[in-house]
Design a binder for this molecule. Structure first.
Ligand code: ACO
Length: 324
C-alpha cells in the first residue's frame, strides 16, 4: 500500500537582528533604491551569534507545537542546509539532540536553494513507502557567514533563518506530486567551496573555505526557465490545472523572477506568496519560512493545493505539488 501524506506542523525562527538596505548602504557601495528595484528586498535578518542549528532547533520546536506531537514521535529528521555548523555531526543530529527526538534517524541534505524541495521529496518517499510515519523537514541557513561582504552583487541578496514542517501519513486521499532535476555541468554559475585542503605529501595545510560566487544574470535566466519547466512537470499526468492551485511558493530569491513567472503562466501575482522583502534570500530556508508565515496568517486551509518550487546551486531545481 502507498501512504498518503500531509503537513501537520509549520515553524520558523529568524535572528532578531534586522539589517535594512539603508544599513547595508553604509558599509557597501549600494542603495535602497538599487536593491529594492532589482530584487524587491528591503531588509534581511543577520545572525549575531545564532548558529544554523540554533535556528533549526527553534523552528523545529515551533513546528512540533503546531503539529501537536512530541519529539519522540518523530522518526525522520532531514535538514537542508549549505551552511551547517559542522561536517559532522550533521545539523540533523544536533537538532535531534536539541529537541529530544530520541527515535529519529537524522541527516543533512545539500541541495543549495533547492535543498528543502529535495529533502521534502526524500521524506515523502520514506513516508509513502511506510518506512517512517512522522518526518521533520527543515531548511536552515546562516548565509551571512559565507557571503563576500565586499561583493555588492551577492552581499545584498542573502539573509539568515530557518523554517520547518512536520509531515505525516494519513488515510485521507491527498494529491502529492514531485519533480526534481539537476545539471552538474553548470556548477560554476553558483559556487561555495567548503572542504579544507590538508595535503599530506606537500605538508601544506590551508583552509580553502572561500565565499560564495555567483553569475547573477545566468542564475536569473536559469531560474525563470526551470520554474516554468517545474510547473509544467508537476501538473503533467494529473487532473490538476494551474488555476486549481491555491498558492505557488517559489524560492524567495528575487521579486522580478516571481513577477516574470506570474506573467509567463498568466496567473495572478497574488497566488505567489512573497516575503523576500523582509528576509532576503535565505536559500534552503526560504520555502518553509514562507509556509510558516502563510500558516500564521491563516491563509492555508485544509484541501488547498500548494505548489512549492526551488532552484539554486548545483545547478538544482524541482518542486512539490501538495494537497493540505
Ligand atoms: N548596488 C548598486 N549597484 C550594483 C549592485 C548593488 N548592490 N550590484 C551590482 N551593481 C551594479 C553593477 O556593478 C552594474 O554596474 P555597471 O552597469 O556600471 O557595470 C549594474 O549594477 C548592473 O549589474 P548587473 O549584475 O547587470 O545587475 P542585474 O540587473 O543583473 O541584477 C541581480 C543583479 C540582482 C543579482 C540579478 O542578476 C539577480 O537577481 N539574479 C538572480 C540571483 C539569484 O537569485 N541568486 C540566488 C540563486 S539561489 C542559490 O542557490 C544561492
Amino acid at each position: 500500500m502507498i501512504n498518503n501524506i500531509k503537513i501537520i506542523g509549520y515553524g520558523s525562527c529568524m535572528p532578531s537582528n534586522i539589517v535594512t538596505n539603508e544599513d547595508l548602504s553604509k558599509i557597501i557601495d549600494t542603495s535602497d533604491e538599487w536593491i529594492s528595484k532589482r530584487t524587491g528586498i528591503k531588509e534581511r535578518r543577520i545572525s549575531k551569534g545564532e548558529s544554523t542549528s540554533d535556528l533549526a532547533i527553534a523552528a523545529a520546536k515551533n513546528a512540533l507545537d503546531v503539529a501537536g506531537i512530541s519529539a519522540s514521535e518523530i522518526d525522520l529528521i532531514i535538514v537542508a542546509t549549505s551552511t551547517s555548523d559542522c561536517f559532522f555531526p550533521s545539523t540533523g543530529c544536533t537538532v535531534q539532540s536539541g529537541i529530544g527526538a530520541t527515535n529519529a534517524t537524522s541527516f543533512d541534505l545539500a541541495g543549495a536553494c533547492t535543498g528543502f524541495i529535495y529533502a521534502t521529496d526524500v521524506a515523502i518517499q520514506y513516508l509513502k513507502a511506510g518506512r517512517f510515519k512522522n518526518a521533520l523537514i527543515i531548511g536552515a541557513e546562516v548565509m551571512s557567514k559565507v557571503i563576500d561582504w565586499n561583493d555588492r552583487g551577492t552581499a545584498i541578496l542573502f539573509g539568515d533563518g530557518a523554517g520547518a514542517v512536520v509531515m505525516t501519513v494519513t488515510d485521507e486521499p491527498k494529491i502529492t506530486k514531485v519533480y526534481t532535476k539537476s545539471d552538474g555541468t553548470k556548477s560554476e554559475v553558483l559556487k561555495l567551496k567548503a572542504v579544507p585542503i590538508i595535503d599530506m605529501y606537500e605538508n601544506v595545510k590551508t583552509i580553502d573555505r572561500s565565499t560564495m560566487t555567483m553569475n547573477g544574470q545566468e542564475v536569473f535566466k536559469f531560474a525563470c526557465n526551470v520554474i516554468i519547466e517545474t510547473i509544467d512537470a508537476l501538473l503533467a499526468n494529473t487532473s490538476v490545472k494551474l488555476e486549481d492551485v491555491d498558492y505557488i511558493v517559489l524560492h524567495q530569491a528575487n521579486s522580478r523572477i516571481i513577477e516574470y513567472v506570474s506573467n509567463k503562466v498568466n496567473i495572478n501575482i497574488e497566488k505567489f506568496f512573497m516575503n523576500l522583502d523582509k528576509y532576503g534570500n535565505t536559500s534552503a530556508a526560504s520555502i518553509p519560512i514562507a509556509l510558516d508565515e502563510m500558516y500564521k496568517k491563516n491563509i492555508l486551509k485544509s484541501g488547498h493545493k500548494v505548489m512549492l518550487i526551488g532552484f539554486g546551486g548545483g545547478l538544482t531545481w524541482g518542486g512539490v505539488l501538495l494537497e493540505l
